[in-house]
Design a protein around this ligand. Sequence first.
Ligand code: F6R
Length: 261
Amino acid sequence: MAEVIVVENEDAAGELVAGAIRELITARPEAVLGLATGSTPLPVYRAFARSLAARPLDVSRVRGFSLDEYVGLPDGHRESYRAVISRDVVAPLGLTPGRIRVPSGDPAGLPTAGADYEQAIVDAGGVDLQLLGIGRTGHLGFNEPGSSFASLTRVKTLTPQTRADNARFFDSPAEVPIHCITQGLGTIMRARHLVLLAFGHGKATAIAAAVEGPVTSSQPGSAIQLHPHVTVVVDEAAAGRLTNLDYFRYAWANKPAWQGI
Ligand code: F6R
């Protein structure tokens, strides 16, 4: 069963997860981070930036692999995940730009982009800690319902629901690309530690399905049940549909401090 930690708010989630990232990099300066985009991981990046400002740490050797990218956005589009990662992660944390990768959504390179990306992750020694959000469709990365648990980085079609959910980042819903390139569920499952965050009532159904529902590709988030080290960090609203909530609170309250998350 995944560990579920219910926190008071997004800031508390950010502090908790940023602390774990700090510990990882302190122990392993060449740590490989799995980066996510969207709104959910922002409190983590902000908390880690605050932590670095208060107590400097050498992050110059950290490597990073982002989960996904839209296909076909013009080069430099401010909502391309390459631009978002550079603006929200690389710059504020002071990471080394050449060590942070985002899959290429350039239509010309798509036939080989997935295999290249997989090889780069393998060459880096695999991902140590993978940050994840979850879509209202239950997607991890952009692996929409039906995605194989064995899938690797490849092109996928976004559901109308996901395009509507992400329209808030664009000038008009029609501007949200239909296609994306995303790490597969199989890629994500190779990371050594998965940290899934979710906030708000809109994520409660997807979180319950991921943590407690049947393991099924119809709920891509449920793949986490097959992973040996998963931490799910949620606020009360996103935790609202969990059946075993009392047990999760009890386990967290009694967790030996040395175990970390
Ligand atoms: C983003 C990603 C997606 C998002 C998910 C939730 O890189 O892979 O799975 O995590 O769509 O998005 P937000 O956080 O904006 O609710």
